[in-house]
Design a protein around this ligand. Structure first.
Ligand SMILES: [Zn+2]
Length: 348
């Protein structure tokens, strides 16, 4: 397979055959959870369309392939929340939730010009789920009458786009890969087996996430420290001082523009309790936090399943209340007040 993409073989096959048969679409949506490999797929599609040696099967070596891989091909335009953020201050960027119409206009600015040196002009838009109504409408015009030589690829973390947009695109939904396949991809990139197993388990089948995390060893340490903090919160659930300090820190992050960090904490905690539930049900194979089996077994033995379920629901409600602009400190303190009580802290 010349696309050098991990997994998603059906999608590569489909795209490759459509290019070779000259039946490729003018507009695509690549959707799927963050880090699943959509960005790599979009870049490889741009290469497959423009490769100077073997269209359909990008050589990854010719000038066009290399420029596209580096993000500097004159006929491949890429935009998204990251490019929008690059133009403004970091704290302002953190508050931005939508793709602005100015970003879309600039991105599609020269679509009416013929390709400069490639065969096709390829426009890739990341974070398409963040198009607001105004920018969606600006996009529609282009989708309705794309020039013959243009391919538009919308990369989206969800399929929740305007139906008028979806109906004009060929949609490819990328799904999580098997854990084994992610681990093998990491090992083939010289990641040691234990780390590969761990990252593959944590990745939930999102190979792009796993590869990015492997390149930053501090990701592993940071996540382990966060989980330790959460497990300790449970152990010391009777100690309101510890709990409130945690809530205070998270609330500070939230108000300081780091909302996503706080949601990541809640996701991590939700994942932890999902594991506890799996262990309680005897499904050890599916556990994500494979480096914490002992803690998981202990926690599962200490709490009735109904209590675990109730707390998981509460974590979801907390995230929702934050999204609805609830007071972060109060909302998080309330969550901690309802933590399942672990006997270990009192005994110590
Ligand atoms: Zn090439």
């Amino acid at each position: 397979m010349s696309w050098n993409i991990v997994g998603h073989e059906w999608a590569v096959d489909q795209l490759r055959h459509s290019i070779l048969a000259d039946s490729d679409a003018h507009a695509y949506i690549f959707s799927g959870p963050p880090g699943i490999g959509k960005a790599a797929m979009a870049l490889h599609m741009a290469m497959a369309l423009n490769c100077e040696r073997s269209p359909g099967d990008p050589c990854q070596e010719c000038r066009a392939c290399r420029l596209i891989m580096r993000g500097s091909h004159p006929d491949v335009r890429i935009a998204g929340m990251a490019s929008q953020a690059a133009a403004i201050k970091a704290d302002e960027a953190a508050r931005q939730k939508e793709l602005k119409i100015a970003t879309i206009r600039e991105w599609q600015h020269d679509i009416s010009l013929r390709p400069y040196e490639g065969r096709r002009r390829v426009l890739i838009l990341h974070d398409a789920e963040r198009l607001n109504e105004e920018s969606s409408n600006a996009m529609l015009k282009t989708l309705e009458e794309p020039p013959d030589y243009a391919t538009i690829i919308l990369v989206s973390n969800s399929t929740d786009l305007l139906p008028t947009i979806v109906s004009r695109c060929r949609v490819l939904r990328l799904r999580p890969l098997p854990r084994r396949q992610v681990a093998e991809a990491l090992v083939s990139r010289n990641i040691i087996a234990d780390d590969a197993e761990l990252l593959a388990a944590w990745s939930g089948g999102r190979v792009g996430w796993a590869i990015a995390a492997a390149a930053q060893p501090e990701t592993i340490t940071a996540r382990q420290e966060q989980l330790t903090a959460l497990v300790e919160l449970g152990i010391h659930s009777h100690n309101r001082g510890i709990a409130f300090r945690w809530a205070e820190q998270r609330a500070k992050e939230y108000r300081g523009g780091e909302q996503e960090t706080v949601f990541a904490w809640l996701d991590l905690w939700q994942g932890w309790w999902r594991d506890v539930l799996l262990v309680a049900a005897g499904c050890h194979e599916s556990v994500v936090n494979i480096d914490r089996r002992e803690d998981l077994v202990h926690t599962a033995n200490n709490h009735p399943i109904s209590v675990i379920h109730a707390f998981m629901r509460r974590i979801s409600t907390t995230a929702q209340q934050l999204r609805e602009n609830g007071n972060p400190q109060l909302v998080l303190e309330n969550l901690l007040l309802h933590m399942p009580k672990d006997g270990r802290g009192i005994a110590a």
